[in-house]
Design a protein around this ligand. Structure first.
Ligand code: C2E
Ligand code: MG
Ligand code: MG
Ligand code: MG
Length: 280
């Protein structure tokens, strides 16, 4: 039985707690070497225009392959990086990979393609973040409108005023703002107007219930229409879901039915195949 001194009490810790604390601490220190040690890479999940059928963009997702532990899921290590203060460095590294990808696509003649990166709530409270984004885009000469920054509802609700200022600054730089996992938090309607969002991403949990409970998605689409927001349905896994979304005039879709996250080379191949289809 271990114990830990906290404030002015000794806490009795059971074995599973000890293990968890150790593992988080262990992962945190392993994460410090991960990027430098080339254990991290990014994958791209294509986003399709539901009506034209073309790929219009992709979401950039981080992957970490630990040399002995194997793949560590982002839901496991992102929260650790947020607490330890490593998240901004990590997300800027992801942004840099995304800039390089857009640069490569441009030299290969694909210029009307956009990427979205995820930002954590912790970054939205860091005043250095927007400037770091801007200088990265300038360094790679990427037009800011080719980037979307995904923020979650929880971040906005928790940070409120700070997040609002941050989002405004990012908008001034010219990047687009996307509300990720929409429907899982408690966004008030006033956030939708105050934040000047560009894109709403409907959370996968709503897409999963689309057939049994279509009214939820209907009302989100109406809301988005009223605020002139583009809508991406997340986690589309079945043809039935896709057909319903088409009928409902949802704009874009992303999910395993259309494509799992792929490597940069696979993404480029998908985009060239897409150009062929256009030429028909
Ligand atoms: P998210 O931003 O909501 O990303 C969507 C997640 O859903 C991804 O999981 C993606 O692989 C998964 N997904 C996409 N389509 C489907 C589908 O049809 N079915 C199912 N079951 N899942 C699908 P992933 O890559 O494990 O990422 C999980 C979360 O980790 C992300 O959620 C995001 O919040 C966070 N994350 C990932 N990369 C980054 C990053 O670079 N920075 C930050 N701050 N967070 C990241
Ligand atoms: Mg996302
Ligand atoms: Mg999401
Ligand atoms: Mg999510």
């Amino acid at each position: 039985q271990a114990s830990r001194y906290q404030g002015n009490h000794w806490l009795q810790l059971d074995n599973t707690m000890v293990q968890h604390i150790r593992e988080d601490k262990w992962l945190e220190s392993e994460l410090r070497d991960a990027i430098a040690g080339q254990q991290c890479f990014v994958v791209y999940q294509p986003q399709y225009d539901i009506h034209s059928g073309h790929i219009v963009g992709a979401e950039v997702l981080l992957r970490w392959r630990h040399p002995s532990y194997g793949m560590v899921p982002p839901d496991r290590f992102i929260p650790i990086a947020e607490v330890s203060g490593q998240i901004m460095e990590i997300d800027l590294w992801v942004l840099e990979q995304a800039c390089r990808c857009l640069d490569k696509l441009t030299t290969r003649g694909i210029a009307d393609f956009r990427l979205a990166v995820n930002a954590s709530g912790t970054e939205l409270s860091n005043p250095a973040y927007p400037e770091a984004v801007q200088s990265m885009l300038q360094r790679y000469k990427i037009p800011p409108h080719r980037f979307g920054i995904e923020i979650t509802e929880t971040a906005i609700v928790e940070l409120d005023e700070v997040a609002r200022v941050m989002v405004r600054t990012l908008k001034e730089i010219g990047v687009e703002i996307e509300l990720d996992d929409f429907g899982t938090g408690y966004t008030s309607l006033s956030h939708l107007t105050n934040l000047q969002l560009d894109v709403l991403k409907i959370d996968r949990s709503y897409i999963m219930q689309l057939e049994s409970n279509p009214k939820l998605v209907d009302s989100i689409l109406q809301l988005a229409d009223a605020f002139s927001l583009r809508v991406i349905a997340e986690g589309v896994e079945t043809i039935e879901q896709l057909k319903l979304l088409q009928q409902k005039r949802c704009h874009m879709a992303q999910g395993y039915l259309l494509s799992k996250p792929v490597t940069e080379e696979e993404l480029i191949a998908l985009l060239f195949a897409d150009c062929l289809a256009e030429g028909e």
